[in-house]
Ligand binder design. Structure first.
Ligand code: ZN
Length: 73
């Protein structure tokens, strides 16, 4: 994943985190199949899985690269 794509993904996650906070919603998956997942990258699709979001943080897991999150660890 390019640095540009990673920054775009992080910007998306930041808005999603804040959207979940606004509505008090949480997004999570079953943990067995990378769900929920999103496809980023436009013409060069990249599947990213394990999307999690609540009003405090949003993150995904990029296969072979690791976590992308709105929060510093
Ligand atoms: Zn599953």
């Amino acid at each position: 994943m390019s640095d540009e794509e990673r920054e775009k993904l992080r910007a998306f996650l930041t808005e999603l985190r804040d959207l979940c906070g606004k509505y008090g919603y949480k997004i999570g998956g079953c943990g067995c199949c990378d769900s929920p997942w999103i496809v980023v990258g436009g013409d060069k699709p990249i599947d990213v899985g394990n999307l999690r979001a609540d009003g405090q943080e949003a993150s995904v897991w990029v296969r072979g690269e690791g976590e992308v999150t709105t929060n510093e660890r």
